[in-house]
Design a protein around this ligand. Structure first.
Ligand SMILES: Cc1ncc(COP(=O)(O)O)c(C=O)c1O
Length: 379
C-alpha cells in the first residue's frame, strides 16, 4: 500500500509498555493518552491566537476525550442530537457549542435549542426557513463552499453555498427576521497546505465587507472550520509553521470580528494508539498472511471511509518478506495492508497502529459481531 510509514522494532521500554497494556486489558485496544490531546490543543491554541476552538466531536465522540477538552474550556462543534446528548451526559453546557450540520430536521433544531445551543450553520434558503419559528433564539453562520483539490477529504462538494449566493441569502434572512452572525467554511480534511484556508479567509473577508455595506446587522463572525492535518508519515509536522500564513490572513481582518475554528483530526489523531494481536497465520501464494484481531471493519475503518493509511509498528526486526495483514472478519475487503515487508511474525505478536484517534473508532462497525477494540484512557 502506498505511503505507509512502517517502524520495525521497538525499544525494550516501548515493547514492555504495549505488552503490559495487553496483559492488563486484553486485545484489541485503543489507547487514548490524555496528555497528547492536551498538548495538541495547547499547540493549536498558540498557533491560532484569538481563535476560539470548537472540537469537532464527530472525529472521536468519546466521553473521556470530551471531558479532557472540557477541562481545557474548549468549545464543541456538534452535528447531531446524539453528540449533544453525549455532552449533556457529561454536564457540559450547550452554550459552549455550535451546531454545524447544514441540513437539519426540526427535531434537531428543537433538541439543540433545549440544550442551549443557539448558533446554527446553514447554506441555503430551505434551511433558513426551518429556523424562522425560532428566530428570536438563534444566530446563523452561512457556510460557503471552497473546493479543495489538495485536501484528502473534500468537504465543500456536499455542503456550502457559492460565494455569489451570500448577499442574497443574507437579505433573505433579514426579510425573514433571522440574524446572520457571519460566514463559515470547511476547506477539506487533512489539508496538505494552508493555501485554501488563506484563500477562503481572504474571500470571506471581502464578501463580509461587501455584505456589510447593505446589511442592517453587520456580519462579524468568521468560522474557519477544520482541516488541520495529522502527521501520518511521522515527519515531525509543525502546526505553528502550517498556521503562520493563516495567522497573517486573520490579522488582516477587523479586530472586533469573532473568530472560530472546528478542529477534529489534528487534536485527536496522535492521542490514540491501536494495539492488535496476530491471531492466525497462513501462507498463500508463497506470501505470509497474518490475521489480526482488529481490521477495517473496526479500528482501521478509516482506511476505507477516511482514505487514511496509518503508521504501523511491529515490535520485531529480522529478514523482511512481502506479507499481508488482514482483519478478523470473514470478508476479503478486510485487509489492512498487502505487500508490506515484514519480519516473520508469530501468533501472539503485537501490531501497533499510530495516529489512530480521528475517524477510526468513530466509524467502526460490529460486522460479524466481533468485539470492539477496548478503549483505555491513560495520562
Ligand atoms: C463541519 C465540520 N467541521 C469540522 C470538521 C472537522 O474537520 P477536521 O477533522 O478535518 O479538522 C468536519 C469534518 O468532517 C466537519 O464536517
Amino acid at each position: 500500500m502506498a505511503n505507509r510509514k512502517l517502524i520495525l522494532g521497538a525499544t525494550a521500554e516501548e515493547a514492555a509498555h504495549w505488552q503490559g497494556l495487553v496483559k492488563d486489558y486484553g486485545s484489541p485496544l485503543l489507547i487514548f493518552d490524555r496528555r497528547v490531546l492536551r498538548q495538541q490543543y495547547e499547540k493549536l491554541e498558540r498557533a491560532l491566537p484569538g481563535v476560539s476552538l470548537y472540537y469537532a466531536i464527530k472525529a472521536l465522540p468519546h466521553s473521556d476525550v470530551l471531558q479532557t477538552l472540557d477541562e481545557l474550556e474548549a468549545g464543541f462543534d456538534v452535528a447531531s442530537s446524539g453528540e449533544l446528548e453525549l455532552l449533556l451526559s457529561l454536564k457540559i453546557s450547550g452554550r459552549r457549542t455550535i451546531h454545524t450540520h447544514p441540513i437539519k430536521r426540526d427535531k434537531d433544531i428543537r433538541d439543540a435549542l433545549r440544550f442551549g445551543s443557539t448558533t446554527f450553520v446553514v447554506d441555503n434558503l430551505e434551511e433558513l426557513k426551518k429556523l424562522v419559528p425560532y428566530r428570536n433564539r438563534v444566530g446563523m453562520l452561512l457556510r460557503v463552499s471552497f473546493r479543495s483539490e489538495s485536501a484528502v477529504v473534500d468537504l465543500s462538494k456536499k455542503f456550502g453555498c457559492v460565494e455569489s449566493d451570500v448577499p442574497e441569502l443574507v437579505q433573505e434572512a433579514e426579510r425573514l427576521g433571522l440574524h446572520v452572525k457571519g460566514l463559515s467554511f470547511h476547506v477539506g480534511s487533512q489539508c496538505k497546505t494552508p493555501d485554501k484556508h488563506v484563500e477562503a479567509i481572504q474571500r470571506c473577508h471581502a464578501l463580509m465587507l461587501q455584505v456589510n455595506e447593505q446589511a442592517k446587522a453587520p456580519l462579524a463572525t468568521l468560522d474557519i472550520g477544520g482541516g488541520f492535518p495529522a502527521d501520518y508519515l511521522l515527519e515531525g509536522f509543525d502546526i505553528d509553521a502550517f498556521c503562520a500564513p493563516i495567522r497573517a490572513a486573520l490579522n488582516a481582518l477587523p479586530t472586533d470580528w469573532h473568530l472560530l475554528a472546528e478542529p477534529g483530526r489534528y487534536l485527536v489523531a496522535p492521542a490514540v494508539t491501536s494495539i492488535t494481536t496476530v491471531i492466525g497465520k497462513a501462507v498463500r501464494n508463497g506470501n505470509p498472511w497474518y490475521y489480526l484481531d482488529d481490521g477495517v471493519y473496526g479500528s482501521y475503518s478509516g482506511q476505507i471511509y477516511d482514505h487514511t493509511i496509518y503508521p504501523l509498528q511491529v515490535l520485531k526486526q529480522g529478514e523482511l518478506t512481502e506479507s499481508v495483514l488482514t482483519g478478523p472478519t470473514c470478508d476479503s475487503i478486510d485487509v489492512v495492508d498487502e505487500g508490506i515487508a515484514l519480519p516473520a511474525l508469530e501468533i501472539g505478536d503485537l501490531i501497533i497502529g499510530h495516529q489512530m484517534g480521528a475517524y477510526t473508532a468513530a466509524t467502526k462497525t460490529r460486522f460479524n459481531l466481533l468485539p470492539d477494540a477496548r478503549f483505555v484512557s491513560i495520562g
